[in-house]
Write a protein that binds this ligand. Sequence first.
Ligand code: NAI
Length: 327
Amino acid sequence: MNTFVFSARPYEIPFLLKASPHHAFSFTHQKLTADTVGWAAGHKAVALFTADDASSAMIEKLYASGVKYIALRSAGFDHVDLEKCKALGIHVANVPAYSPYSVAEHAATLLMVLNRKIIEGRRLMLAHDFRLDTLLGFDIHGKTVGIIGTGTIGMSFARIMHGFGARLIGTDPVQNPDAQSVDLTYVSMEELFRSSDIISIHCPLNEHTRYLIAKQQLDQMKPTCILINTARGGIVCTEDLLSALENGRLGGACLDVYEKEKTIFFEDHRDTPDRDELFERLMANPNVMITGHQGFLTREALSGIAATTVKTLDYWDVGKKSPTELY
Ligand code: NAI
């Protein structure tokens, strides 16, 4: 199927080409925007990533130019107006599961880098200052780790924390039977906030979870608590998070996502004069460890994303419904 791939990055293209010698791909590293939407004309399908603008207006333009299928190269689909797609009869599929280890291991990495002060330690080492005075961390062993969203990635993170010897609690409207294997106990959201030394967010962004973590929730957390968000930026109110950090109401934050990341991440902004003030405050805070949405960036995850995307196109090519369609 001839497919226009937006936001195609050099690290990803080889995986797509290897997975699919038979589909005709056109690539652009540019995001889907009002300026680029016209490039998809003449293609039956587009393949999108999280920073692409798949709002109602863009969907209408894609439809008008002949696009009938949208393959999302991501698990999250909060950036797509599914109602509009449905109304126009456009098929939309995501990649519901691809190496959950990639994101879970990244969350654990952020936690350990912040907790064990690895960035500061390296800075001192490179300056030949071998004093340890500013590098005190804590054991994960014996701590309580609260997991919001115990689906594929949340459970994968739970297994890592179980290996460290942490006590696990979680909250999720759908309880995962695998929780037993790591002695994870389900508790209310309030109890999770109150009891956790570390909280990791692994639920999707939707109308129920937008700003799930704001002042009221942050106020309930231990002042030493470390909050990890590798899910979606919009789940946490950044302004409130910064206030909590700056007022000593929270121990630290490990972030791979940011609520206004669409205009920042995945691009080279070294020469951009106007900087996002909130994001600058996050980056400047010594108790924040932040990366630019790279949780998925492992060879295994990219290979999984490419394989599922191609399988979806295979189904659509022969007029069948893909098992990964969202409705
Ligand atoms: P999943 O669908 O397997 O698990 C999500 C879980 O969250 C489900 O068990 C669901 O019941 C639960 N949930 C839904 N609403 C909730 C709520 N209000 N409170 C608590 N739990 C709730 O999804 P998966 O694969 O584990 O991915 C989780 C999220 O991780 C994705 O939605 C996506 O936003 C994010 N993600 C981030 C990546 C990155 O590179 N940083 C890459 C891939 C996914």
